[in-house]
Design a protein around this ligand. Structure first.
Ligand SMILES: [Zn+2]
Ligand SMILES: [Zn+2]
Length: 311
């Protein structure tokens, strides 16, 4: 039996190649929680008295965020609430909503479910069954951001916490770099503050936790999570980039961290050079912040209505 390099007693459940640590279950849980809380302090993601709204899908990442932020909630450092977005995907979303509900109830935290149907009078299933021009993730991303932002203002949240992990973040960095979307790079980081005050600050507490460790954490903590993948997930380029980084990680275990560190060093220069100064106004249709006359959600929603009428 290999013993834990930290306590020297218990059996190892994980070998972290990037740091050389071999940890038992208890030391892994404790070390991971401390790392996330340290990152929250270091990047000043949360201030005392914040009301943090956790975007809780029921998947492993958001369930882990909830589990760790609950420490701050229990100590009365923050107020917390959760929101689950129901895109209207039959046979997939129901389980996630159920799991999210169970966690919020167990912790005694306010939980709301907001669906696409009520907000945009359509579902992702309907959109994909129609002759829509864009990919599912494009609609979903735009509608989801619109809902999260509006919901955060409605409940008076000062921060929105999402479950993006180290793998997600390095994929986004490489993808945007490889595709030449330099302007998108200016928006990647642990904390996104928009120039419009109508956008609530977004934070990513798991940004430095590899996906593998998120999976292990929820198992070790015996947290129920929604495992199914979205039936519409079709971003094959993201998948390819993800595979590529994973493969590199085998012989270069620190590659994701160095990608992130390098990017964070470059970011101020990229931002200085490439961040576009939008004069944020209000969407003439819904009143949400918009760079043009109408916000993207309303543009998409109008397009879909026109499609419906032309059928
Ligand atoms: Zn140990
Ligand atoms: Zn709008």
């Amino acid at each position: 039996m290999k013993t834990c390099t930290k306590c020297g007693v218990n059996e190892v459940i994980i070998e972290k190649k990037h740091s050389g640590q071999r940890l038992c279950k208890d030391c892994f849980i404790q070390g991971t929680q401390q790392k996330v809380l340290k990152d929250i302090r270091h990047y000043k993601l949360i201030d005392k008295g914040d009301k943090v709204m956790v975007a809780l899908s029921g998947g492993k990442d958001s369930v882990m965020v909830l589990d760790i932020l609950n420490f701050l909630y229990e100590k009365n450092i923050i107020d917390m609430s959760t929101v689950t977005i129901d895109e209207g995907i039959k046979g997939y979303r129901e389980d996630g909503v159920k799991i999210a509900k169970t966690h919020a109830k167990r912790l005694g935290i306010e939980h709301t479910v907001v669906n696409f149907k009520d907000s945009f009078d359509t579902t992702l299933d309907d959109i994909m069954a129609s002759n829509s021009q864009r990919g599912a993730c494009t609609y979903c991303g735009v509608f989801r951001r619109w809902i999260l932002n509006r919901e955060a203002r409605k409940i008076g949240a000062s921060k929105i916490a999402t479950g993006h992990n180290l793998d997600d973040e390095t994929q986004a960095i490489l993808m945007n770099y490889l595709e030449g979307n330099i302007e998108n790079l200016t928006r990647i980081g642990p904390k996104t503050i928009s120039r419009s005050e109508m956008f609530t600050v977004k934070i990513k507490p798991l940004r430095e936790i590899p996906e593998r460790e998120v999976g292990l954490y929820v198992i070790a903590r015996e947290l129920e999570v929604h495992l199914a993948g979205c039936p519409y997930s079709s971003d094959s380029f993201r998948g390819e980039v993800g595979q590529f980084i994973k493969q590199l990680s085998r012989n270069h275990p620190t590659i994701m961290y160095s990608t992130l560190r390098g990017f964070d060093k470059l970011k101020p220069a990229i931002k200085y050079e490439f961040a576009r100064e939008f004069n944020m106004g209000e969407c003439i249709s819904c009143g949400e912040p918009a760079a043009h006359e109408m916000c993207r959600a309303c543009i998409f929603s109008n397009e879909l209505d026109q499609n419906k009428r032309s059928l």
